[in-house]
Design a binder for this molecule. Structure first.
Ligand code: PEP
Ligand code: MG
Length: 887
């Protein structure tokens, strides 16, 4: 057991202190280095400085804790002894890498420094020890550059300019062609750049280098890009990322992939992260360091080609793949280096994958006996299922498409949008409502905001494991990387490809599954939901307790939702049915009517439309309950507000425009969301309720006659007092009876009558309300609005600031505020069931499709959740995960 205040954890032959430790303390990378060491994989030794030290560093006002450097020096001493090398030695120097590593991986968002420990003398020592002067000075120039950039904040361009000068002098174009003496000169030039930029000499003391590098890694925890990345991930539901206390720092003996043509470096996934296929998916570069692969500067070769270069190393890598998957029972994302033919593992972590791959890998691993069905259900992040529901291009449109070029299929899907050339531009145009494709030469972590805003990402350099690809895949965003034929001109905001020019106004289509880039808009199509997807859904359905319904108000949506597995409709918003061209006129006539008779006359014309709609929906949902909500929005929403539309309406209804204006201003309310809407409409205008109920009942009777099992449930919205429901229930019951009599129908209809719970008072008095309700359905959109007092429609004005300032952790309209609004839900359920213990309770606010909110609904004993059709599979899986986790 580690000491409580232990700061440094060693891993190597001497001891492996982090083995079986905590990821929260060692970070993902640190823990996995310890684990890999302990299962006998070839890992260069080193040590991990805990995340607690990072936390302490910030708490102390950016100061390293006392005693840390002593512990670091002790660990360095063990490392020196183990490797027979000494820090700063002029014979055989020890060199280390310094890398970040939080408990949740944040690819490329934080700092890394390689070759640390080199100084003027040690570089000579390295040249001697390796008998390779060129290599030693190459390592030194990389250190000065990286150290200057990462630790001292110098611009990379200054170093690039110095490098270009040397290349020019030696008349070469590639870095690798510069001879040893050129690199020696380059190191001097870099030291000058360093001195000019920082006012100091490049530090010669390796321990000082190490200390500043550790601080720089801690500092990068709060760099803008890292903060943005965490915010975006948290907003996507990765709330774990909000609970991190900082990053760990991993200091590890260097191994070199750039020692010549028998050395190399690579990254890869033990299975294909795009498709899930059980095939090693990776890339390597001969004679290069790790950062060269991920930075996307040189285009690497696929690992499948590696055996042609070094058969033994390739074979060992494939054996390691198996060992890693057996140990972790999951797909791994690894980094490796080959130094003069010897393979070293530098990192492993659970590989990010898109939803399609996640489903296939989970199903395959069950087949392979690595995991159980339950584990498979728990393993796929529910919201990633959207990737399986991604559209693809229609084959006919695809075949006829104007293909411009092909890049790497870095992240699947189909994206259609206009070109945006910078991250800021992408965000701004996205906010203005445009679909944009972010086009960059290579994306850097600074681009995350733009990547998140874009519908797709296109880069002209970089491999399938570059930042762009890794981040896009994690987000299920279509990405084509390394499309080298595209020439990007950021200044003129154009791209040139296949001899043609495209500007920010042009639309292109990206096929992330094949890597093709196409001119114009290519038509897309909906996905198929069979195979592994269906299998996983079936497993999930065995474990979930919650029923899953959908929010739908048309037969087409109902059908789609049923195909996705919906077991009924939780919310049919009837107002949507009044907006179609042939109906709105009658609705408006009803609103303009001055007395009950004229109102009834207009409603009579609406009745057949409603009846037909309901019949279609009941048919699509046959055998399943359909909750129909009576009219909810304030009436003014149905009237035109601008003069020209009012004029047009006046012509259609053959009234004076002034009359419409007068009615519109009479209906004007200062606070319409708290105004004359919901059940309040039915109290004032009971004839609206009567028409709607009549339409529902007649539709149900028509279905019964056709032997279609219709199961309508009538839902009264916005109830805040039991008396509202009591009065309206009586009216609904009377109308049901009247309609049956009028239709001479004496069969059983079994129509439930219930209410939405969306006003805090309804929760507080749920025991009274329940007396008149056969069911409750929580309308958590309004409930959130009224509990927080945030207007649903205006929250965009301040919510981003609230999230930024951590006043609220996430948008409470997307993910239920379980501490506040959740208490009201819990109270509503408990009080409601205190008088009717079998009271059916569901949720139909937006939260019904959010995995975290679904877990809460499961916990407080709801019977079902209801969400939009596309979120039904997510809800099925999230409900199963909630049930399994609480079991
Ligand atoms: C709600 O308020 O949660 C709800 C589902 O109703 P609407 O969004 O239509 O107000
Ligand atoms: Mg509502």
């Amino acid at each position: 057991m580690a000491k409580k205040d232990k700061m440094v954890y060693y891993f190597g032959k001497t001891k492996t202190e982090g083995k079986g430790g905590s990821k929260a303390i060692l970070g993902g990378k640190g823990l996995n280095l310890a684990e890999m060491t302990s299962i006998g994989l070839p890992v260069p030794p080193g040590f991990t400085i805990s995340t607690e030290v990072c936390d302490g560093y910030y708490k102390a006002g950016k100061k390293l804790p006392k005693g840390l450097m002593d512990e670091v020096q002790e660990a360095v001493a063990i490392l020196e002894k183990e490797l027979g090398k000494t820090f700063g030695d002029n014979e055989n120097p020890l060199l280390v890498s310094v890398r970040s590593g939080a408990a949740v991986s944040m690819p490329g968002m934080m700092n890394t420094i390689l070759n640390l420990g080199l100084n003027d003398e040690a570089t000579e020592g390295l040249a001697k020890a390796t008998k390779n002067e060129r290599f030693a000075y190459d390592a030194y120039r990389r250190l000065i550059n990286m150290y200057g950039d990462v630790v001292m904040g110098l611009h990379h361009e200054q170093f690039e300019a110095a490098f270009d000068k040397v290349k020019k002098k030696y008349k070469v174009t590639e870095d690798t062609e510069v001879p040893a003496e050129g690199l020696r000169e380059l190191c001097d030039a870099y030291k000058d750049v360093y001195k000019k930029g920082t006012g100091e000499d490049f530090p010669q003391d390796p321990i000082k280098q190490l200390q500043l590098a550790i601080e720089a890694v801690f500092g990068s925890w709060n760099a803008d890009r890292a903060i943005s990345y965490r915010r975006i991930e948290a907003a996507k539901g990765n709330t774990e990322i909000n609970n991190l206390i900082g990053t760990a720092v991993n200091v590890q003996a260097m191994v070199y992939g750039n020692m010549g043509d028998d050395s190399g470096t690579g990254v890869g996934f033990t299975r294909d992260p795009n498709t899930g296929q059980n095939k090693f998916y990776g890339e390597f570069l001969i004679n290069a360091q790790g950062e060269d692969v991920v930075a996307g500067i040189r285009t690497p070769q696929p690992v499948a080609q590696m055996s042609k270069w070094d058969k033994a190393a390739h074979k060992e890598l494939m054996e390691i793949k198996k060992k890693l998957e057996d140990h972790y029972t999951d797909m791994q994302d690894i980094e490796f280096t080959i130094e003069r033919g010897k393979l070293f593992m530098l990192q492993t972590r659970t590989g990010k994958r898109n939803g399609i791959a996640a489903v296939k890998i989970a199903c395959d691993m069950v087949k392979e006996g690595l995991i159980t069905e339950k584990e498979a259900v728990l393993r796929v992040p529910a919201s990633d299922l959207t990737h399986c529901l991604l559209p693809s291009f229609k084959p006919t449109a695809r075949n006829a498409a104007d293909v411009l070029c092909r890049g790497l299929n870095a992240s699947p899907g189909a994206a259609v949008g206009k070109l945006a050339f910078t991250a800021t531009e992408a965000r701004e145009r996205f906010e203005a409502g445009e679909d944009v494709i972010l086009v960059r030469r290579e994306t850097s972590p600074e681009d995350v905001e733009g990547m998140s805003a874009a519908v797709g990402i296109l880069t002209s350099t970089g491999g399938a494991t570059s930042h762009a690809a890794v981040v896009a895949r994690g987000w299920g965003k279509c990405c084509v990387a390394g499309a080298g034929e595209i020439e990007i001109n950021e200044k003129s905001k154009t791209i040139t490809v296949a001899g043609r020019k495209f500007t920010a106004k042009d639309t292109i289509s990206l096929d992330g599954t094949t890597g093709e880039v196409m001119a114009g808009e290519v038509e897309t199509q909906e996905p198929k939901l069979s195979g592994d997807f269906a299998k996983l859904m079936k497993w999930a359905d065995q474990y979930r307790r919650l029923a899953i319904r959908t929010n739908a108000d048309s037969p087409a949506d109902s059908k789609r939702a049923r195909d996705f597995g919906a077991e009924g409709i939780g919310l049919c918003r009837t107002e949507h049915m009044f907006f179609e061209a042939d109906r709105i006129i009658h609705m408006r006539a009803m609103i303009l009517a001055e007395d009950e008779d004229s109102r009834r006359a207009a409603l009579k014309k609406l009745l057949p439309f409603q009846r037909k709609d309901f019949e279609g929906i009941f048919k699509a949902m046959k055998g399943c309950p359909v909750t129909v909500r009576l009219l909810d929005p304030p009436l003014h929403e149905f009237l035109p507000h601008d003069t020209s539309s009012q004029k047009q309406m006046a012509e259609e209804l053959e009234v004076k425009p002034a009359e419409i204006k007068k009615r519109a201003s009479a209906l004007h309310e200062s606070n319409p969301m708290l105004g004359h809407r919901g059940c309040r409409l039915s109290v004032t205008y009971p004839e609206i309720l009567e028409m709607q109920v009549q339409a529902i009942v007649e539709a149900a009777i028509n279905c019964a006659k056709k032997k279609i099992d219709a199961q309508p449930e009538i839902m009264i919205p916005l109830v805040g007092t039991a008396a509202e429901l009591q009065i309206l229930r009586e009216k609904v019951e009377a109308t049901i009876e009247a309609t049956k009599t009028a239709k001479k129908f004496d069969g059983k209809l079994n129509i439930l009558i219930g209410t939405m719970i969306e006003i805090p008072r309804a929760c507080l008095t749920a025991n009274e309300v329940a007396e008149y309700a056969d069911f409750f359905s929580f309308g958590t959109n309004d409930l959130t609005q009224m509990t927080f007092g945030y207007s649903r429609d205006d929250v965009g004005g301040f919510l981003p600031d609230y999230i930024e300032n951590k006043i609220v952790p996430v948008d409470p309209f997307q993910s239920l505020d379980t501490t506040g609004v959740g208490q009201l839900v819990d109270m509503g359920v408990t009080k409601g069931r205190s008088v009717k213990n079998k009271l059916k309770v569901g949720i139909c606010g937006e939260h019904g499709g959010d995995p975290a909110s679904i877990a809460f609904c499961d916990q407080v004993g709801l019977d079902y959740v209801s969400c939009s059709p596309f979120r039904v599979p997510i809800a099925r899986l999230a409900a199963a995960q909630a049930a399994l986790k609480s079991a």
